[in-house]
Design a protein around this ligand. Structure first.
Ligand code: ATP
Ligand code: MG
Length: 426
């Protein structure tokens, strides 16, 4: 993956505190959310650290981060429970002590009154905050955020509860950062692609990429199974919006069989939009994807406008009895073959009474591969009123990925068919 992090002048380390993060009980969504917000806002996240609720570790992590970065954002360990020791550690590090903050105490009292709940002594303690910090009010809970400065670096400490952390960050932290560092914000546009790997893609769009980089834009390749997102960014906020849009249109025109949208849209939404516009209906006959293709199509609200139904013909018997694939053909060619997917699509189209039918048959693995047809071999058929075509793919060795990639590939083939885009089938 290529990152366009060279853009950002302002750098930050995120420190996540909590034993539950280390033992895998809680996923560190705070770090990923902050990572996304900060980088969109024009701050480069250079390091994420996860540490236990242990005094020495917290002190060491703070010290190292404050010496390396102008900004450190910490989450967790601020609650009323005994294991939350962050505040004491912060007091020692910043050489200050806890003092009761009247305003915060009032807010906490109010918080409990409004909810009709009694206030505990431990909640009282949450109004005790380090004297040397700027208090960041929490409109969503009782643990305040804190902003410290030392030797030219800033440290912000936020509660661990995700919605409290988000609230304080958006209301109290980011506006301060924006003003203090005149952040422009990063403007991104993403082009979604399917059916081509990162390196092939880089080769195909090399000249275009050189051109946009020379203009000072950044490009990131963000791969996931079966697709790659291309994210173009500018550190000039929205100033270059029109130019970026035009570059993205150029990119899509370079790779029409792979690029399926400008903006983060799913393939099933794109395909759904095309079917609706062209007033066409679709059905599926699935073997190796076991219904997941239908599942993906109907994940889009309103898909009943164009999706009529699907058949899951997992066994050979079902392929014969439900979509009339002759037993002889199954025996001669095998269930994973051009002839079989074409019959599945063609006969499925008439059984389901749709304008288009897509069929999928493949060897997902881990068992069932042979020299001729290794695990990952997939055939996809598409039948329309005019043609019935079949496409052959060899994906990989992982069952789950093969299924997922088969679904995306089938949808992309359908998209190309609907747009009359020539399919590059390697
Ligand atoms: P509280 O007032 O609830 O004690 P806190 O600041 O002490 O807040 P923690 O005790 O660390 O925060 O965590 C509180 C809750 O937030 C827990 O349910 C925890 O799993 C969740 N949480 C903490 N850190 C993270 C994180 N990095 N990502 C996602 N969830 C988190
Ligand atoms: Mg806690």
């Amino acid at each position: 993956m290529r990152l366009d992090s060279y853009f950002y002048p302002m750098q930050v380390e995120i420190i996540s505190i909590g034993d539950e993060l280390l033992i895998g009980q809680t996923i560190n969504t705070n770090a990923s959310w902050l990572g996304s917000e900060l980088s969109l806002g024009g701050v480069s996240v250079r390091k994420c650290t996860v540490i236990a609720d242990v005094k020495d570790h917290i002190t060491a992590a703070i010290d190292s981060a404050m010496k390396s970065f102008p900004l450190v954002i910490m989450t967790g360990g601020l609650g009323p429970t005994k294991d939350d020791i962050t505040k004491d550690v912060l007091c020692s590090y910043f050489d200050t002590e806890l003092v009761e903050n009247e305003q915060v105490l009032e807010r906490i009292k109010d918080y409990f009154e409004k909810r009709g709940r009694p206030m505990l002594e431990s909640n009282n303690l949450q109004a005790s905050l380090p004297e040397k910090c700027t208090v960041l009010f929490n409109n969503y809970g009782t643990a305040s955020g804190m902003w410290f400065e030392k030797n030219g670096s800033i440290l912000v400490s936020l509660p661990g509860v995700p919605y409290e952390m988000k609230g304080i960050f958006l209301e109290e932290v980011f506006p301060r950062l924006k003003e203090r560092f005149s952040l422009n914000g990063i403007y991104h546009i993403t082009v979604m692609t399917q059916g081509i790997g990162e390196s092939f893609l880089a080769e195909k769009i090399g000249a275009w990429e050189d051109k946009i980089r020379a203009e000072g834009f950044g490009l990131a390749y963000l791969p996931s199974p079966g697709s790659v997102r291309l994210r173009l960014s500018s550190d000039q906020g929205e100033r270059n919006k029109d130019k970026i849009q035009a570059y993205m249109e150029e990119l899509v025109a370079l790779i029409p069989s792979y690029a399926y949208s400008i903006g983060e849209v799913s393939l099933s939404e794109v395909v759904g939009g095309l079917l609706r516009k062209q007033k066409l209906t679709v059905g599926t006959v699935e073997s190796c994807t076991g219904g997941k293709l239908s599942g993906e199509i109907i994940s889009v609200p309103g898909s009943s406008d164009y999706f009529l139904g699907g058949l899951v013909t997992y066994s050979n018997d079902m392929k014969s009895s439900l979509v009339d694939v002759p037993v002889e053909i199954l025996n001669e060619q095998g269930a994973v073959s051009k002839e079989v997917v074409k019959l599945m699509a063609e006969n499925g189209r008439s059984k389901l009474n749709t304008d288009i039918c897509i069929s999928v048959s493949g060897i997902s693995g881990p068992e069932g591969g042979s020299d001729d047809k290794p695990v990952g071999t997939v055939w996809i058929g598409i039948s329309t009123s005019e043609v019935c075509d079949a496409y052959h793919f060899t994906f990989g060795g992982n069952r789950e990925r093969n299924i997922q990639i088969s679904v995306l590939t089938a949808l992309n083939l359908l998209r190309c068919k609907l747009l009359g885009v020539e399919i590059e089938n390697k």
